[in-house]
Every structure is written in C-alpha cells, then in structure tokens.
Design a binder for this molecule. Structure first.
Ligand SMILES: [Zn+2]
Length: 114
C-alpha cells in the first residue's frame, strides 16, 4: 500500500518538547540515521514498526501500526508502558503539528515561569 507523504512522527525529547519529522516509505533510513532514540522500519509494505528509547523510564518501547490504521485515524498516540505518558504521535503531519504546538507552547510557558 502506498501511503501519503504528508505523514509525520513526533517524539518527546528530554527537554519536554516534541520534535516532528516528516516520513514516507522512502525516507525511513534517513530518519533512523538522524535519530538516536527512534528506529523505524516498514514491514511487508503495510506495517510500520517503531522502536523508541523512552525518556521517562529509559526502557525501549516497541510499537506496530498498520498503514491503513494510521490513515484512517489521522493520529495515533503512543505511550510509555510503565507510566502511561504519551511519548509519540504518529499520523497526519498537519494534525500532529497542531497538537505538538499546543504542548510545546505549554512547556515554554512553564519554563518561562521558572
Ligand atoms: Zn517508558
């Protein structure tokens, strides 16, 4: 299945902000090269497999999503198994961008108050 190129993946950083990366079936290797905490692979052209080093519990968490599911749901949130906190957004790039802008603003405000 060919999926849209306006897909994105956002992971939470140690600073508490989310970093958004565009991804497609064609640039997964580049994402993996540029990231130490995230590894993405594509199974049988329809399952996206993610491996993420968690900033909360420091374990590695594994997620598998079907591309069909990602397209249908617009956005999926992946959480830390241990603490139930969100560490990952995946799906439509625009929707994720709006979502993490809210989070990043909140974080900036918190830092500013300190
Ligand atoms: Zn965790």
């Amino acid at each position: 299945m060919i999926f849209e190129t306006n897909m994105g993946i956002a992971i939470k950083t140690l600073e508490g902000n989310y970093i958004l990366k565009n991804f497609s079936a064609f640039n997964l290797n580049k994402i993996n090269e540029n990231s130490t905490s995230l590894n993405v692979s594509f199974l049988n052209n329809k399952i996206l497999s993610l491996k993420i080093k968690c900033i909360f519990c420091e374990n590695t968490h594994y997620y598998k999503y079907s591309i069909g599911e990602l397209i249908r749901k617009d956005m999926i949130i992946g959480g830390c198994d241990m603490l139930g906190l969100p560490i990952l957004y995946i799906g439509n790039c625009k929707i994720i961008e709006n979502e993490i802008l809210k989070h990043n603003k909140v974080n900036t405000r918190i830092y500013a108050m300190i």
